[in-house]
Design a protein around this ligand. Structure first.
Ligand SMILES: [Zn+2]
Length: 217
């Protein structure tokens, strides 16, 4: 097993088992052929976490603040496929998860078991570049639209939003760039749904701007 050191690792993450590359194995990872696979979300763990308000990263009980690790598009449409985590667990994931923290990383799609379905809804299959930690008191699970299985989460107004890119705090430019490259997919979806959806999306984009990092000159 590879020894790997992490900065600012929360105690509750430090108690998780590690994989052979030295990464702590998050609560949600499904066991595939005897190995916990980070790319595969366990449906049974999802149900258990949602029912019992458990952290998606460490599996511990959540407090009143819920932190969602999001891409900017999720902040715009307020919808995400992963349930909430502790704030410190979410920050640790945003900074250290090999997929989330590195804009150049690509999701490995090889060797996925057949049962590893796409995220419900319309998860955009891209690395978002900038990763947000959206802390809120208010969220609600709902069933994914027909044609998809599973549940999605509607996230309420945040008490705080933190942004990271490549494991470090992200500046406004990095987040705006991530929005710019991700928006065409959201616009396409809205266009397919008609004028009402396009207007609603425009309002969401306006509303989202206040959650961007401040510009520094
Ligand atoms: Zn946690």
């Amino acid at each position: 097993m590879l020894e790997r050191a992490f900065r600012d690792m929360p105690d509750r993450v430090a108690t998780l088992p590690r994989n052979d590359r030295g990464f702590p194995i998050p609560y949600f990872a499904e066991e595939v052929n005897g190995v916990r696979d980070f790319r595969v979300v366990s449906a049974s763990r999802m149900a258990h976490a949602v029912r019992n308000e458990l952290c998606w990263v460490c599996g511990g009980r959540l407090g009143k603040y819920k932190a969602f690790v999001i891409g900017p598009m999720c902040g715009i449409n307020r919808t995400i496929s992963d349930p909430p985590s502790h704030r410190d667990c979410a920050i640790f994931s945003a900074r250290n998860c090999p997929f989330l923290s590195s804009p150049l990383a690509r999701r490995r799609e090889t060797g996925l078991p057949d049962a590893a379905q796409e995220a419900p809804g319309f998860g955009l299959k891209r690395n978002p570049g900038a990763v947000g930690v959206w802390v809120t008191l208010d969220y609600r699970p709902f069933r994914a639209p027909s044609g998809n299985q599973g549940i999605l989460f509607r996230i309420g107004d945040p008490t705080e939003v933190l942004w990271f890119a490549s494991g470090e705090p992200a500046d406004r430019f990095a987040v705006v760039e991530s929005v710019r490259t991700g928006l065409p997919s959201l616009i396409e979806l809205a266009e397919a749904q008609g004028d009402g959806a396009i207007k609603a999306l425009a309002a969401c984009i306006d509303d989202f701007e206040k959650y961007l990092p401040e510009a520094r000159l």
